[in-house]
Design a protein around this ligand. Structure first.
Ligand SMILES: [Zn+2]
Length: 309
């Protein structure tokens, strides 16, 4: 099955299928016993309301967006990175908010750390959607923990319309993977982008599965879209959401890394780990991952400028 390029209208499922809210009664709390034990560790899970119908589920350092409508829920990225129960917790968080059916799960891209927890959502009846190249890669990998997408999005993108909400699924070229979908809520002016537009952070390690220079073109396409707030796949500083200024700052950072790597390539130093590790860009030293990953980011651009990769 394929999502057409035209809006996909989804009929309301029989409301009788949905469990009544009263069925979600919490289990009775046990009385607190006095104890000298250390306080329990804070939960790695949290759900934050962004606007009326849009939420962020966080599991450790990973995040997914979900949208609640009267006709059902559109979820994204069933995270199971910190433990296999993360996506069950995700589903439970949704169930605290609505008994409506889980209609869709959309993969931001095919990397396992964001999508390996799909089974509870599949059992709940969701239809899984990804970019066509994500489906192709996942079908070849045959990881038993990964739910294969039921529907694919072509390069031209697609739209889900459900319960009065419109969600555009947009492929803006190769960047961090060849199958990253950005998800735009035009009415809410909210964008969900995973891994390839970090907020206040450098890029991860040596940008594995990263495509240079197409990445820059994707940033320009995102900047041309009409949105105000961006939900990143990993929390920004203090958990804040992103803005277009963050996208512009990332583009500037990548441009600076690229220039430094191009210089190293011209000097024949792109196979010299010490030379790549000596690059400093003090303007960005307050960004997350700067000390850990700047070297890897430089190495990725070195591969581009010195070897055309
Ligand atoms: Zn990724």
């Amino acid at each position: 099955m394929r999502l057409s390029a035209s809006p996909l209208s989804v009929a309301l499922l029989c409301a009788a299928l949905a469990a009544p809210v009263g069925a979600q009664s919490p289990s009775p709390a046990a009385p607190a016993a006095p104890s000298a034990a250390a306080p329990a560790a804070p939960s790695p899970y949290a759900t934050t309301k962004v606007t009326d119908n849009v939420y962020v589920f966080r599991a450790g350092g990973h995040q997914a967006m979900f949208i609640v409508t009267p006709e059902g829920v559109i979820a994204t990225d069933p995270i199971a990175f910190i433990n296999p129960q993360a996506s069950t917790a995700y589903l439970q968080e949704i169930r605290k908010i609505t008994p409506a059916p889980i209609k869709y799960v959309v993969y931001s891209h095919h990397h396992y750390d964001h999508i390996a927890g799909g089974k509870p959502f599949k059992e709940a009846g969701a239809t899984f959607i990804s970019h066509k190249s994500a489906h192709k890669r996942l079908a070849a990998l045959q990881n038993p923990n990964i739910v294969l997408p039921d529907m694919i999005v072509e390069d031209g993108g697609s739209t889900i319309q459900l319960g009065g909400v419109r969600l555009d699924l947009l492929w803006v070229g190769n960047n961090h993977s060849d199958n990253s979908l950005v998800m735009l809520l035009p009415r809410e002016k909210i964008l969900f982008a995973v891994d390839w537009i970090p907020v206040g952070a450098v890029l991860f390690r040596d940008m594995a599965d990263g495509y240079v220079p197409e990445w820059f073109a994707g940033l320009d396409r995102v900047l041309a879209m009409d949105w105000d707030r961006m939900i990143p796949g990993h929390p920004g500083p203090g958990g804040r959401l992103g803005t277009k200024d963050d996208v512009r700052a990332l583009k500037e950072y990548m441009t600076d890394v690229s220039s430094a790597a191009r210089q190293l390539a011209a000097e024949g130093k792109c196979l010299n780990d010490d030379a790549m590790g000596a690059v400093r860009l003090p303007k960005y030293e307050g960004w997350g991952g700067y000390n850990l990953y700047l070297r890897g980011n430089v190495a990725r651009f070195c591969a581009y400028w010195a070897r055309g990769i």
